[in-house]
Write a protein that binds this ligand. Structure first.
Ligand code: ADP
Ligand code: ASP
Ligand code: MG
Length: 438
């Protein structure tokens, strides 16, 4: 059994849904995970914003526009009146439900329910389309098996048990359709796996059913060697190790949700990135194998803050780093990058919620300097320390870009550099030109 996940663009119009239907009807009994149609989750976020601001008229305007879009898709997608009617009833019931939230108190709880409607609609529509074309597909409701625990982490034991039971109830189905992104939390409330989280759903499902492969279908032919939204002339990387892919996803390669590699890696399930618009393209295979000794790709993580603590007392002092790290731990603020010298330490964070308190507390131990609007540029590949030369090539590429921090040695898979946000494009382009394009 394989798990095939299609992102928002891949199901973004009636024609795209028809194309996806062709791809998933290969005859194998696979699990298909769908995102909401593109733009939908953004609209649902916007509706929620209006409702938080107690502006039901603003919300209703977007709800009506979005609903009209869906009625247009229905006309194009289905060919029989019977299925047009079924789809209209489905879409109407979800929009009627969303409208009920314009009349009452709106909290985080209601927002999660509103955000869940996009995936519920797209999967319902796809399932109806498949049924209309004679495919014996079955909808598996993510809210019945996908769950997070009290730490908001997925609960793999529960997911496996419930999903296995649901699959056993539908052994006659030829295809399973389910929602990405949405789940219930430890208290049974509707929740989600964060924006872009459908990739995570797919890998959690893959792990739960011990899938033969997890396929992430999107709008580009695999993981490119640099961010195609920023840099000219990027090209697909054919093979990545799980660790390399995880670094790239964590450090900003939007094609993959940062957490989605871990469940696949733990269960040794290969992940293939494929292009819905060009299904015959080979894409990228992520597995335990890697091409040795090669720099594979570059990614960048935005909105980074660096904090330097300089203390004369660090010289030969034990416990200094522990005290510094403890402050970040006290404020539940994870650290991404660390560099040290004999007199100080620099770290980066991406969550500025407790920045003022953290800086106040750090001042006990030294002079504190903060740089905001920074970017971590991450160069990823098989970079074992006895492979000579890769650091030199990276530093040479960056010769005209001011670099605030450099970090290597935490793993064999990345070199991270901290630069100003205003230098991001220049840094990424320089790395592409030096590492891949000559
Ligand atoms: P989906 O809606 O299918 O989940 P996303 O928009 O989340 O798709 O991810 C695909 C997009 O990721 C691509 O269109 C591309 O612009 C962007 N992207 C960023 N970095 C990379 C990269 N290194 N390789 C490929 N795509 C990337
Ligand atoms: N629909 C959700 C989003 O737009 C989840 C996803 O597409 O992965 O963030
Ligand atoms: Mg995505």
């Amino acid at each position: 059994m394989k798990v095939l996940k299609f992102g928002g663009t891949s199901v973004g119009s009636a024609q795209r849904m028809k194309d996806v239907a062709k791809l998933i009807c290969s005859g194998d009994r696979n699990i298909v995970v769908l995102s909401a149609m593109s733009g939908t989750t953004n609209s649902l976020v916007e509706i929620s914003d209006y409702l938080y601001k107690k502006n039901p008229d603003g919300a209703n305007e977007i709800i009506n526009k979005l609903a009209q879009k869906y009625y247009g898709h229905i006309e194009e997608l289905y060919s029989t009146d019977e299925y047009k009617q079924k789809a209209k009833e489905l879409v109407k019931s979800h929009f009627d439900y969303i409208r009920t939230f314009t009349k009452d108190l709106f909290t985080l709880f209601e927002e999660k329910v509103v955000l869940a409607q996009g995936e519920l609609i797209s999967t319902g529509m796809m399932n109806l389309y498949l049924n209309e074309t004679g495919v014996n597909s079955v909808l598996l409701l993510a809210l019945e098996y996908m769950r997070t625990d009290k730490n908001a982490e997925p609960d793999p034991v529960y997911i496996k048990e419930r999903l296995t039971k649901l699959l056993d109830e539908h052994t006659d189905a030829s295809l399973y359709i389910t929602q990405g992104y949405i789940c219930r939390n430890a208290y049974g409330e509707i929740d989600n796996l964060q924006r872009g989280g459908s990739d995570y759903s797919a890998s959690l499902i893959g792990a739960a059913v011990n899938a033969e492969e997890i396929q992430i279908w999107t709008d580009i032919d695999g993981m490119h060697n640099n961010d195609p939204r920023v840099v000219d002339k990027t090209s697909p990387v054919r093979n990545l190790h799980f660790e390399e892919a995880a670094e790239l996803a964590y450090f900003g390669a939007k094609i993959l949700h940062p957490t989605c590699i871990l469940p696949a890696k733990l269960n040794n399930i290969p992940v293939r990135l494929l292009n819905t618009m060009q299904p015959e393209a080979p894409g990228t295979l992520i597995s335990n194998n890697t091409e040795k000794g090669k720099i594979k790709a570059v990614a960048a993580k935005d909105n980074i803050i660096s904090i330097k603590i300089k203390s004369g007392r660090m010289l030969l002092a034990t416990g200094f780093l522990r005290k510094v790290f403890e402050i970040f731990e006290n404020y539940q603020t994870p650290i991404d990058m660390v560099t040290t010298s004999e007199v100080g330490v620099s770290v980066t964070i991406d969550n500025r919620k407790h920045l003022e308190e953290i800086v106040d507390d750090l001042k006990k131990y030294g002079t504190v300097t903060v740089d905001e609007d920074m970017v971590i540029v991450c160069v990823v590949g098989d970079l074992e320390w006895d492979n000579v030369g890769f650091e030199a090539r990276i530093v040479q590429a960056m010769k005209d870009v001011p670099v605030r921090m450099i970090s290597y040695g935490g793993s064999n898979y990345n070199v991270s550099l901290l630069v100003k946000a205003s230098d991001k494009k220049k840094a990424l382009q320089a790395l592409s030109d030096h590492l891949f394009n000559n």
